[in-house]
Design a protein around this ligand. Structure first.
Ligand SMILES: Nc1ncnc2c1ncn2[C@@H]1O[C@H](COP(=O)(O)OP(=O)(O)OP(=O)(O)O)[C@@H](O)[C@H]1O
Length: 352
């Protein structure tokens, strides 16, 4: 008997494959996942795919550790065969994950987000998977790749959509004010605090708090943020009362947080708590095929009815897009002004 075995290199990749492949029976899990906590991963799999049996393995010995409370004989036998390398079991992936995703039908996109390259479809699928839950999401990617849009999409398709979506740009608020802004303050907490005020975390109660540029969160505030994310508790400045809040956290950064952790600029425990479900957005230069659809989208937005010539698109393809989609948007906005009444954007108007 042969089983089809598909390998995934990370929790999020496994979730994508499960999403695309409906008939999975057994999941062999090496708990040392590079991206998700094993408990969180198992919770997600159990909730979405209750029929799948999870076997947690020691990847070195092949012994079944925990997982389904009592593995079926079929699953145990399969696990043993796989790890002894005996019998007619193919442990080579039947298809590579990338190939697999390409073969699977494109899933639903996200409102306001253009681009159907495999990497973007991958990101949309992750958003659809995680949005219905309260899981903390960490969106990473270079500046201008659409992290903001992804955060909004997560909120808009979550059960919290009718509650507030509060954005805090951690880089834009001076360090001295950030704590009061986030946590609020009690009357008399500092000179000028004439009356108490709730913070933005509180304002997000029932909804989503988007912590943008989380890499700029001062170290001095990170432990307080960790307590809020872990326990849902908020302490206003100048008060000893712990107030409970129900807030889903989505964070984003273009900084390399793992490097910051190594350099002791970002708390390791906070990083792991935020990165429960990471979504990485690819730079535009790695998804060139999206350039055409984005160019048409922005052209229509800035000048309805305008056309973009093939030569203009060719010019766009030659560029590396260090500023990503934001840069492309600006180039097209300028081009649509330069096109004037011509209603056609040609290579001449593309200034890079
Ligand atoms: N896939 C997309 N489809 C349509 N518009 C997009 C897409 N990605 C980004 N944009 C647009 O590009 C601009 C920059 O996007 P956004 O602010 O979401 O990027 P970001 O990654 O959050 O950038 P930063 O790190 O600088 O905050 C916005 O105007 C946004 O609407």
């Amino acid at each position: 008997m042969r089983w089809e075995v598909i390998e995934a290199q990370s929790g999020s990749e496994a979730l994508e494959l499960l999403h695309a492949e409906k008939g999975t029976d057994v999941l062999l899990l090496d708990p040392l996942l590079p991206d998700l906590l094993p408990a969180e991963f198992c919770g997600m799999v159990r909730q979405r795919y209750p029929g799948i049996e999870i076997l947690t393995m020691n990847a070195n010995t092949g012994h079944v550790l925990v997982g389904s409370s009592s593995p079926t004989p079929f699953a145990s036998q399969l696990a043993e065969l796989l790890y002894q390398g005996t019998a007619a079991v193919s442990v080579k992936p039947a298809v590579t994950p990338t190939e697999y995703l390409r073969r699977s039908k494109a899933g639903p996109g996200l409102r306001g987000m253009i681009g159907d390259s495999p990497v973007m479809q991958n990101a949309y699928a992750l958003v659809h998977m995680v949005a219905p839950r309260d899981t903390t999401v960490l969106i990473t990617g270079e500046s201008g790749t659409g992290k903001d849009l992804i955060a909004q999409a997560i909120h808009m398709i979550s059960p919290r959509q009718k509650s507030p979506f509060i954005v805090v740009n951690c880089a834009a608020i001076p360090e001295a004010l950030l704590e009061a802004e986030l946590f609020g303050y009690a009357k008399g907490a500092f000179t000028g605090a004439m009356q108490s005020r709730i913070g933005r975390i509180h304002a997000a109660h029932g909804g989503t708090l988007f912590l943008d540029e989380i890499g700029d969160m001062p170290l001095s505030l990170q432990s307080k943020i960790l307590r809020f994310v872990e326990q849902g508790e908020v302490q206003r400045l100048g008060s000893n009362d712990n107030l409970r809040v129900d807030v889903r956290v989505v964070a984003a950064t273009n900084a390399a947080l793992p490097t910051m952790v190594k350099d002791k600029l970002f708390r390791e425990d906070l990083y792991y708590r935020l990165a429960v479900f990471p979504i990485k957005l690819a730079p535009l230069r790695d998804r060139q095929q999206d350039v055409t659809s984005l160019a048409h989208f922005f052209a229509t937005k800035f000048c309805p009815g305008v056309t973009v010539t093939a030569r203009a698109i060719e010019a766009l393809y030659k560029h590396d897009w260090p500023g990503n989609v934001r840069e492309l948007r600006n180039v097209i906005e300028r081009a649509s002004i330069l096109a004037g009444t011509e209603r056609e954007i040609t290579a001449k108007e593309i200034l890079l």
